[in-house]
Design a protein around this ligand. Sequence first.
Ligand SMILES: Cc1ncc(COP(=O)(O)O)c(C=O)c1O
Length: 406
Amino acid sequence: MPGPDLDSILAGAAERFGTPAYIYLTDAIETRLTELRASLGAWFDVSYAMKCNPNPALLAWLAPRVDLIDVSSGGEFALACAAGWQAQRASFTGPAKRDDELRAVIAGGLGELVIESPREARAADRIAAELGVVQPVLIRLAPDRVPKGFGDHMAGRPSPFGIDIEDAPVALPQILALPNLHVIGLHIYSGTQCLRPDAIAENWRIYMQIFRETCATHDLMPQKLVFGAGLGIPYHPGDTALSLPQIAADIGPDLNAFRNEPRFSRTKLVLELGRFLVGEAGYFVTRVISTKSSRGSRLAICDGGMNAHLAASGNFGMVLRRNYVIHKIGGGDEVEKVDISGPLCTSIDKIGGAVLLPPLAEGDLIAIHTSGAYGPTASPLHFISHPTPREILVEGAQARDVTRIA
Ligand SMILES: Cc1ncc(COP(=O)(O)O)c(C=O)c1O
């Protein structure tokens, strides 16, 4: 929870670099990595899904600390390489890979291409042949079910992602026969933003069953199996954070048994995740430009709203808008209900409804928690041409401006 130390970091950064600002605390990511390794490191390597936060300075900070990276476009591949990630440590997921992207990543030495359809496999095979290489690939499978408890589903229903498990018996032999692709394993990412340890464990049991059956049917000895993690983070007041030890206790015996099967005894298991690594390490700080009472409600209107932080406005994959955890920097004793909006000329630019906060005045700073993932790059930054948010990386006591999008 907020305290004087956090508030002095956030306020210091806001004064020095301006608002609105995303502030990323590397100490919190370090702690998260330590917790992940302590609970799940016996089974898994970690792959960072950079779509959730592709800030170049953050990528460079993560490069020596995280095993692998997952990119979802040619642009992300270029960003990761420029930030110091070796191409061999990268996988490439995405349902609509273009030929030019395939050529760039294959020529650039990509670790594994994650094949999402036979069409894509044929395109990659042709391009690899033209380049005179054999490209290692993982085949992405889409299970026919996702347990209850995931905020977003990428499988278990009609979906653009991966090969439906029902179609695998026909599709896999076609892919395995392509001479310029080398199938080294399988990949599943079927759901995300799950806060229930039992549902995570259940989902990974589904994965293991699919991996077992698919590898047996096609006689694969996989070098790598990717478990799309789905680990969620507590965005809203009242959300309970996931317990990693609870997940480990639930799924550990199954993972041990899986690892003991001869087919998987030398297989590297990988957890692919984004928000769980960096989401809670980020705060969005916005400054109150104006306050007003309107028909019985108190309003605070800020310099950054939905344009800079779409997710906090509830317009990034949320059915009902729910407040993020928000606090007033510097605190105060009394609280009152306040609606918080941003600078846009639209009523959907609302980043807090009836939030209980100490009274806000012009110039005050508000911090929105859990803002380290799906921030600037997932927001309509250029709508109404306001300044883009600053991005500040805080390492220990050192803060620096690492803004990517000017
Ligand atoms: C293939 C794939 N990998 C990784 C992720 C990262 O998810 P999260 O940030 O929820 O961990 C996603 C999310 O959509 C995804 O589709």
